[in-house]
Design a protein around this ligand. Structure first.
Ligand SMILES: Cc1ncc(COP(=O)(O)O)c(C=O)c1O
Length: 461
C-alpha cells in the first residue's frame, strides 16, 4: 500500500489529544482541556482557523507571530510546491545555495547599512549565532540584556532571559550575562563602562508584556554601545518584518544596529528559519580563514524550502501592502480599545504599536469584586487574564494569549492582513467580556470558581 499522509491523518482524526497525552507533553493537553481550548481544527486560512463543525475562529496569536502574512498564503504555497516539483539540489553542503544568495540580497535591500546575512532555523538559533559573532568580533565575553527580556529558550539565549520562571532549574547558564533594567540608560552605561561587554541584546518592544521603549532609549543605547566598544544587537524576531507597521520596529528610532535578528514571519509559517543580518567586519572576524569557513552553522540552515518561503514572504509583504495595513489597522484598533479604558476600571492601559497590542488589567475598587480578584490571585498570580481569554475564545471565537507569567497583560499579535470586520469583531468581543468581568456573579466569575476550585461566591458574596 502506498503512503498517503492525508489518509493517515484522516484515519486517526480525533486522536490528537490522546496521542499527545501518551507520547508528547501531557501537561499541555491538561491545560487545553482545563481552559476549554481543546478544539479539532481542520482548516486554516488568512487570519482564521476552522474547526470540524465549520466554526470560524479569529486567530490573534498567529502561531506566536509566524503567520504575519496569514495562514496558508497561496504565494508561499506555490513557491514551496514549485521548489519541490523542480527537484532542485538542496543542502549539497560542499556548494553554495542560489536561493540563500537571493534571500540575503532581498533581505539586505530592506536593511540599509547591513552587509552580511547568516541563516539558521529559528529565533533562538539567531540569538545563539549573534552571541558567538559578538564574542568573536570583540574578543570580549560579557553579554548584557534587559529585565523581562525574551530571546529564546536554548541555553545561550536563556542566559539572556529576564523571566525567572523560564530559567529556574536549567542552570548554570552563561556566567557572563548581566541584566539591566529596561528603559534605563544610566544603568546600561554603568554596565558598559567596565569595558568588557561584547554586546547588548535588546528587543525594540519587549514581547513579554509589550513594553514600549521610552523616547530616545534605543538610539541612546546604540550610542552608548558604540562609545564603549560593545555591539548593539536588536532582536527583531517578533517585531520585525512589518509587525509594527515598518519593516523593522527600530526603523521608527533611526538606529543603526550592529546585528539584527529575524525569524518567525520570514517562514511564512511553513518552514522554520532564522536570520542574523549585520556589519561585514563582524562576520569577517568569525569566518576569518578558509579552515574556519564552517566554524558556525547548522545542517539545515539555508535549506531550499526555508529560503523560498522567505523570498515569497518578502514579496507578499510588499505586494499586499501589509506593513501599511499593520500601521493603519493597528492604530485604529489601538484607539478603539483605548476608549474602553475610561469605561472599565479593571482595564488599566492599552498600548502597542502596529499590530502588537497589549491590554493591561489591574485590581478593581468595588469591594466584592476586589475580594474575588484577591482570591483568584491567591490561587495563581496572573490568573485573572485567563478569565478574559477563555470567554473571548468560547463565546466570541477569538484566540488570544496572556503575555507572560505573573502579569495582567493580554497580548494581541494578529496576522498583518487583519480586516475592518476583524477589527470590529475584536472590539465587540473585548467590550462584552470586560463588561462581564465587572459584574460580580456573572458567568465569568463562575468560571473563576470552577478553575480555582474556590467558592469565590460564598467566600466573598
Ligand atoms: C524576541 C524574540 N527572540 C527570540 C525568540 C525565540 O524564537 P524561536 O521561538 O523561534 O526560537 C522569540 C520567540 O518568541 C522572541 O519573541
Amino acid at each position: 500500500m502506498s503512503f498517503s499522509i492525508l489518509d493517515e491523518l484522516g484515519s486517526r482524526a480525533g486522536e490528537k489529544f490522546a496521542l499527545h497525552d501518551r507520547y508528547l507533553n501531557p501537561q499541555m493537553v491538561r491545560v487545553l482541556k482545563t481552559i476549554g481550548f481543546d478544539r479539532h481544527y481542520t482548516r486554516a486560512e488568512g487570519a482564521y482557523l476552522f474547526d470540524k463543525t465549520g466554526q470560524r475562529y479569529l486567530d490573534l496569536l498567529s502561531g506566536f507571530g509566524v503567520f504575519a502574512i496569514g495562514r496558508n498564503h497561496p504565494t508561499v504555497k506555490r513557491a514551496l510546491a514549485d521548489v519541490i516539483a523542480a527537484d532542485l539540489p538542496n543542502l549539497v553542503q560542499m556548494d553554495v545555495s542560489p536561493l540563500a544568495g537571493l534571500l540575503a540580497e532581498r533581505l539586505l535591500s530592506h536593511l540599509p547599512g547591513q552587509e552580511r546575512v547568516f541563516f539558521c532555523n529559528s529565533g533562538t538559533e539567531a540569538v545563539e549565532a549573534a552571541i558567538k559573532l559578538a564574542r568573536a568580533a570583540t574578543k570580549r565575553a560579557k553579554l548584557v540584556f534587559c529585565e523581562h527580556a525574551f530571546h529564546g529558550l536554548t541555553t545561550g539565549a536563556l542566559s539572556l532571559n529576564g523571566d525567572r520562571m523560564f530559567r529556574d532549574g536549567f542552570g548554570p547558564l552563561l556566567a557572563d550575562a548581566v541584566p539591566v533594567p529596561w528603559n534605563d540608560l544610566p544603568a546600561l552605561e554603568a554596565t558598559l563602562r567596565s569595558g568588557d561587554v561584547a554586546a547588548f541584546f535588546v528587543e525594540p518592544i519587549q514581547g513579554k508584556g509589550v513594553n514600549l521603549p521610552a523616547d530616545g532609549y534605543l538610539a541612546g543605547a546604540a550610542r552608548l554601545c558604540r562609545q564603549h566598544g560593545a555591539l548593539f544587537v536588536v532582536d527583531e524576531v517578533q517585531t520585525g518584518l512589518g509587525r509594527t507597521g515598518k519593516f523593522l520596529a527600530t526603523d521608527t528610532d533611526a538606529v543603526d544596529a550592529d546585528l539584527i535578528l529575524l525569524a518567525k514571519a520570514l517562514s511564512g509559517g511553513f518552514v522554520p528559519v532564522g536570520a542574523v543580518a549585520g556589519k561585514r567586519w563582524i562576520f569577517d572576524k568569525t569566518f576569518d580563514r578558509m579552515d574556519r569557513a564552517v566554524v558556525h552553522g547548522s545542517t539545515f540552515g539555508k535549506n531550499n524550502l526555508a529560503m523560498a518561503a522567505g523570498l515569497a514572504v518578502l514579496s507578499v509583504l510588499e505586494d499586499e501592502g501589509l506593513m501599511e495595513n499593520a500601521a493603519r489597522r493597528g492604530e485604529s484598533l489601538l484607539r478603539r480599545l483605548q476608549a474602553l479604558v475610561a469605561r472599565y476600571e479593571m482595564l488599566r492601559e492599552v498600548r502597542g504599536r502596529g499590530l502588537m497590542i497589549a491590554l493591561e488589567f489591574g485590581p478593581p475598587k468595588a469591594l466584592a469584586l476586589r475580594a474575588a480578584w484577591s482570591l483568584l490571585e491567591k490561587a495563581t498570580k496572573g490568573l485573572f487574564c485567563q478569565m478574559v481569554t477563555i470567554p473571548l475564545f468560547t463565546r466570541h471565537q477569538i484566540l488570544t494569549q496572556v503575555a507572560g507569567h505573573e502579569m495582567y497583560v493580554i497580548k494581541l499579535l494578529p496576522p498583518l492582513c487583519l480586516s475592518q470586520e476583524d477589527e470590529d469583531w475584536i472590539v465587540r468581543a473585548f467590550d462584552d467580556v470586560i463588561a462581564d468581568c465587572h459584574k460580580f456573579g456573572s458567568a465569568i466569575w463562575d468560571l473563576a470558581t470552577t478553575l480555582t476550585g474556590n467558592t469565590l461566591r460564598s467566600s466573598v458574596g
